[in-house]
Design a protein. Structure first.
Length: 152
């Protein structure tokens, strides 16, 4: 069953680009913008990550921490972070377990071809680890995502 507004997120979220475990407990007392994206270094995903990078200090000042999730490897994430100077951690969800838990791993279609992939979605989680808001795939503005998170 997919995680919805009002649900508490699982404590173990996954492993970041450096092999360090990320847990919900790490963010106790802070708001968390947990954003799921399809692929490192693609145009939309780069625009989204750079928007979050550029707005990172404002997000932090507002009490948010940012963590990205995709099925890319830790090594791919390291390159993505270095190339775009990203100040936040990225979870390497190579087996898509976290994406499935959040309901963002789904069938997609491009040029009539169906395949499984990540639905670009952001979960806004409160200081107690409860989902307060979900920015769904058709709502995400990749070029202005930091502002979108701040403006409820």
């Amino acid at each position: 069953m997919a995680i919805e507004i009002g649900d508490k997120i699982p404590d173990i979220l996954g492993t970041d680009q450096n092999g360090k475990e990320i847990t919900a407990s790490d963010f106790k007392g802070k708001k968390l913008a947990l954003y799921f994206y399809p692929k490192d270094n693609t145009s939309g995903c780069t625009a989204e990550a750079c928007s979050l990078r550029d707005g990172y200090e404002v997000l932090r000042d507002a009490g948010y921490e940012v963590v990205g999730v995709s099925k890319d490897s830790a090594r791919s994430h390291q390159g993505f972070i270095a190339r775009h100077n990203l100040p936040f951690r990225l979870i390497a969800d190579t087996g898509t377990e976290l994406q499935q838990r959040f309901g963002v791993w789904a069938e997609k279609s491009m040029y009539g071809r169906k395949y499984m992939g990540t639905l670009r979605t952001t979960f806004i989680i409160n200081e107690d680890g409860v989902v307060e808001r979900i920015i769904h795939p058709k709502e995400v503005k990749t070029n202005d995502h930091a502002t979108q998170i701040l403006n409820k």
